[in-house]
Design a protein around this ligand. Structure first.
Ligand code: IMP
Ligand code: MG
Length: 177
């Protein structure tokens, strides 16, 4: 029950999110059957989505974490992506699934995909809960997509505005104007 975020208007309910996460998990389970899959959580925004999703993947996966930043405390991308924390294990020869909260300009994922490709994984795919195609700068293939949304700044279910609102259980619109 959220009482601290009354100014956040619900866009996608907790129930809708949970249904979608289950569907994505089932699809991933089918697609990676028999393969050695590493699920990579892109910190911090995807931590909630990641935690829910991996529990719907019925395979002996391993997990790893990477932290990148491009935003600072601004609401628009700086276009300058940095690695703040790298993966803890080599990914050569492994099947990698990058798990992201939202693809906006695509700059972050494009950077990560290019970087991880140089480490020669067996395959590299992207799963994102949200996709905001209106701000696209870089075209990145999203193999598993939850919801496509209009050009709102959204928070909740892991997504933040200046580090706050990550712990709301729905995705809502942050009032920017
Ligand atoms: P991109 O590089 O522009 O695609 O941005 C990717 C990252 O920016 C995401 O992983 C989010 O952390 C953050 N981001 C983009 N749009 C939003 C938003 O509407 N709310 C919160 N974070 C966002
Ligand atoms: Mg993110």
């Amino acid at each position: 029950m959220v009482t601290f975020a009354k100014d956040i208007k619900e866009l996608i309910s907790s129930k809708e999110i949970q249904k979608k996460v289950k569907e994505l998990g089932e699809q991933i389970t089918k697609d990676y059957h028999g393969k050695e899959l590493v699920c990579v959580c892109i910190l911090k925004g995807s931590v909630i989505f990641f935690s829910d999703l991996i529990r719907h993947i019925d395979l002996p996966i391993t997990i790893d974490f990477i932290r990148v930043s491009s935003y600072g405390n601004e609401l628009t991308s700086s276009g300058d992506v940095r690695i703040n924390k790298d993966l803890s294990s080599p990914v050569k020869g492994k099947h990698i699934l990058l798990i992201e909260d939202i693809v906006d300009t695509g700059i972050t994922l494009d950077f990560l995909v290019e970087l991880l490709r140089t480490r020669e994984p067996a395959s590299l795919k992207v799963c994102s809960l949200l996709h905001k195609p209106s701000n696209k700068v870089k075209d990145v293939e999203i193999s598993y997509k939850g919801f496509t949304i209009d050009n709102h700044y959204v928070v909740g279910y892991g997504l933040d505005a200046a580090e706050k609102y990550r712990n709301i259980n729905f995705v809502g619109i942050y009032p920017t104007a």
